[in-house]
Design a binder for this molecule. Sequence first.
Ligand SMILES: Nc1nc2c(ncn2[C@@H]2O[C@H](COP(=O)(O)OP(=O)(O)OP(=O)(O)O)[C@@H](O)[C@H]2O)c(=O)[nH]1
Ligand SMILES: [Mg+2]
Length: 326
Amino acid sequence: MENETIVKKVLDGDFKTIARLITLIEDENPKAIKIVSKLHKYTGKAHIIGVTGPPGVGKSCLISRLIGEYRRKNKTVGVVAVDPTSPFTGGAILGDRIRMGEHTLDKGVFIRSMGSRGSLGGLSRAAGNTIKVLDASGKDLIIVETIGIGQTQVDIVKYAHTVIIVLMPKMGDEIQAMKTGFYEIGDIFVVNKADQEDADKTVMLIEDMLKLEKGKIKEKIIPEWEKPVLKTVALTGEGISKLVEKIEEHKEYLLKSGLIERFKEEKSETEVLDALTSILQDYVLTRVKETEEFKVLVKKTSGGEIDPYSAANQLIKKILQKNVLS
Ligand SMILES: Nc1nc2c(ncn2[C@@H]2O[C@H](COP(=O)(O)OP(=O)(O)OP(=O)(O)O)[C@@H](O)[C@H]2O)c(=O)[nH]1
Ligand SMILES: [Mg+2]
């Protein structure tokens, strides 16, 4: 299919074309970069929600409930479930198919799971581009599920406007051990499985951690966002409407405070830098490496006549005189 046709079909929200394009993205197919680049100008409308937290706390069940609530409001929803610990990609990972299954026949919902086949950076890039595709396809809301351990979650969560951190009762030790960054990235905290014992204790513990955190923040943004800690039971749907209310409030807050603009600029900066790095790396590895000058400088370095940094500097001077993209 021609790139132009693919772009048109994605904009029309064609399910199969979107699914195939995401596969190209996962395969890091150069065609995908071209298409996603063309889709860029149609993005920026969706509200992107990150849902993160330790394994098994009920993130997928909660997302299924969120989809239900937003569908009742006639909003279309895209879901990207990212699992860096899983080698599976394409379609839905079995568990997600069961947990979010009731929505798979709904034309207003697109669910995609992706695992890691290569580097985490690659997975994060693929997730970022998948979000773009779903955004361009006109989804009102895009939910990204990630397992919150270590750097990976922080990395993927950078795409989200509103970050929901999901925990569950009896996680006292985990909650205290979590790095400060964890509390910083969350906009809304959820204690799911509130049907189980000690949910209130967990809520209080998180509230205490948030108070501690608040004291440390140097840059105060006015008006401030009061991070709520909510209780939910994803199995029954209890607490979900309150969660949706808070998501909408946070969206409103981002608009009114002007933070959404800052967020967009920061994201664009990262995107341009990523693209620049990748183009330059490609250029160096494919073209510069083949030049006579490069070979001569390598010989000189090996003979001790010149050091590697000086050699690289000479090459950079040459590169800057040319148009790298030509
Ligand atoms: N008791 C109780 N169980 C729940 C609740 N929500 C989810 N569960 C159960 O918790 C288990 C894990 O739910 P998932 O939604 O798969 O959790 P997850 O956080 O997406 O898990 P990973 O993606 O593997 O990290 C399932 O067996 C659910 O049935 C709840 O509110 N109460
Ligand atoms: Mg899950």
